[in-house]
Design a protein around this ligand. Structure first.
Ligand SMILES: NC(=O)c1ccc[n+]([C@@H]2O[C@H](COP(=O)([O-])OP(=O)(O)OC[C@H]3O[C@@H](n4cnc5c(N)ncnc54)[C@H](O)[C@@H]3O)[C@@H](O)[C@H]2O)c1
Length: 236
């Protein structure tokens, strides 16, 4: 069951999976909507009979439009609010709906929240994103503690630069700031690393592999883990 606020995108993904011989259903959902996240769980149970694993991957690095990341003194309300709303509240609402179902099924369950290296260390010029991803990791640990007694594992996977549309937009934003702003360089100055130990960006496939392992019963001893799949970004 695939859910995304981008209806065309999620339908195209489901079609691609089916074309390769897989099984998939797509639904449009906004994870900041409590009703939508409940519907994802209900639809999954209606179609597949149960919920086994949940991957909470939806996230934003900005508020959309002109609400782009900026150091706090110059950050817009829209950037601050929307980033926290999607990344923290959206993930929290989703986890709540998933955990309620897991408790009802009484057979445990597995949740993987998608964090970021910015949920483990700081990063320049993007305060709400950094705060939201640290919050996702705090939430992950808190839920692991509260629901271990129900056999529910809750972990996060934390990546560095991975070649997705979000990363492409981040590069564009950095280049635009470098070109125009009087405080040019804020996104890449103090604390900004240009690379990890593996000198290339990750692919989405590498992150999917890490997420799938943590989600699966192969990782049956892992809960409350903040897993890194970051090319060594946080090693130094
Ligand atoms: N790409 C990177 O370098 C990188 C690094 C660290 C962490 N991450 C995290 O990985 C996850 C995936 O990011 P990505 O790089 O694929 O970004 P992306 O922007 O390419 O994809 C994010 C997806 O989330 C969806 N989405 C956004 N808001 C939503 C909402 N309210 N409800 C439902 N869906 C919503 C978007 O439509 C999009 O399909 C995010 O949580 C992101 O923070 C990405």
């Amino acid at each position: 069951m695939l859910a995304d606020v981008d209806e065309n995108g999620v339908r195209a993904l489901a079609e691609a999976i089916i074309a390769e011989g897989g099984t998939a259903r797509a639904t449009r959902a906004d994870i900041t909507s409590i009703a939508d996240v409940q519907r994802i769980v209900d639809d999954t149970v209606a179609v597949y009979g149960r919920l086994d694993v949940a991957i909470n991957n939806a996230g934003v690095m900005d508020g959309g439009g002109t609400d782009t990341p900026a150091p706090l003194h110059s950050a817009t309300d829209g950037y601050l609010r929307r980033t926290i709303e999607v990344n923290l509240f959206g993930t929290m609402y989703a986890c709540r709906a998933q955990i309620r179902r897991f408790i009802e099924q009484a057979e445990g369950g597995s949740i993987v929240n998608v964090g970021s290296v910015t949920g483990l260390v700081g990063n320049p010029g993007t305060p709400a994103y950094v705060a939201s991803k640290h919050a996702v990791n705090g939430l992950t640990r808190a839920l692991a503690i509260d629901y271990a007694q129900h056999g529910i594992r809750v972990n996060s996977v934390n990546m560095a630069t991975t070649e997705t549309p979000m990363f492409a937009r981040a590069v564009d934003a950095v280049l635009a700031k470098r070109a125009g702003a009087p405080d040019a360089g804020n996104m890449v100055r103090a604390g900004g690393k240009s690379a990890g130990l593996i000198p290339r960006n990750a692919t989405p496939w590498e992150q999917a592999a890490a997420i799938l392992f943590v989600a699966s019963s192969e990782a049956s001893d892992m809960t409350g883990s903040l897993v890194v799949s970051d090319g060594g970004w946080t090693a130094f």
